[in-house]
Design a protein around this ligand. Structure first.
Ligand SMILES: [Zn+2]
Length: 235
């Protein structure tokens, strides 16, 4: 029988990861969220690359994750850029703009369709706060949250997927995180999304338009409740 050991991140590696995150944040350029591994590793020296690569070996099933291994897939070539999205905010401008987000062609079309329908029926729309993200970006994101949660792998996995397990990095059936035009949810009160008209409408209608809720309340996948996270599942 094979004995699997959980990964141990040494103090030295923790320091290195903290440092390399800063480096990436300072040097990253446009389109970083859809970049490949060569681009990500290109910011770093060999030791840093190795520390980051070690995180790819984390097996989320050992931490209570019961979802699916989706694989490290190539970055799709048909990504559509979504620009100029803005939601209401309590600042001088009265709104906040979302940076460029990406969706593969098929998911983008489905998103348009469902949004038009929702607007016709209840006069509301949802915006894409997170769409497609590459596996390399997911690795950066995982490291970022890992650092934020003091290298508690368990806690991190409940919040953000290890590369290969994220529905945001799937070419064909990608997940979208929605935000309302009123700016719900925000990081601090994420659960508020469940009280919105938009969410209510999605619960009743999303299926007809090819979307499914991935992480409902008390889901059995070992992932926290994410009412804003919907996966394009096709017709
Ligand atoms: Zn999501």
């Amino acid at each position: 029988m094979q004995i699997k050991k959980k990964i141990i991140i040494t103090e030295k590696e923790k320091q290195r990861i903290k440092f390399l995150l800063q480096k990436i944040i300072e040097e990253k350029k446009e389109k970083f969220s859809i970049s490949d591994f060569d681009t990500l590793y290109g910011f770093l020296n060999k030791r840093e690359v190795n520390s980051l690569k070690k995180l790819l070996k984390i097996n989320p099933f050992e931490y209570g994750f019961k979802g699916e291994y989706l694989g490290i897939q190539e970055v799709p070539k048909d990504l559509v850029e979504i620009e100029g999205q803005r939601f209401k905010a309590d600042n001088e401008e009265g709104f906040q703009e979302i940076g460029i987000r990406y969706l593969p062609q098929s998911a983008y079309k489905a998103y348009k369709r469902i949004n038009d329908r929702m607007f016709k029926e209840i006069g509301r729309r949802v915006l894409v706060t997170s769409g497609y993200r590459s596996p390399a970006y997911q690795l950066f994101l995982f490291a970022y949250y890992l650092d934020m949660y003091d290298f508690d792998i368990q806690k991190t996995i409940e919040r953000v997927a290890v590369p290969g397990y994220s529905e945001h990095s799937v070419a064909d059936y990608v997940a979208i995180d929605f935000i309302t035009e009123e700016g719900v949810p925000q990081d601090k009160d994420e659960r508020l999304f469940e009280g919105t008209e938009e969410y209510k409408w999605l619960l009743e209608n999303a299926k007809k338009y090819g979307f499914g809720e991935s992480y409902p309340l008390n889901n059995k996948l070992g992932v926290m409740y994410e009412p804003w996270h919907w996966r394009y599942v096709g017709d």
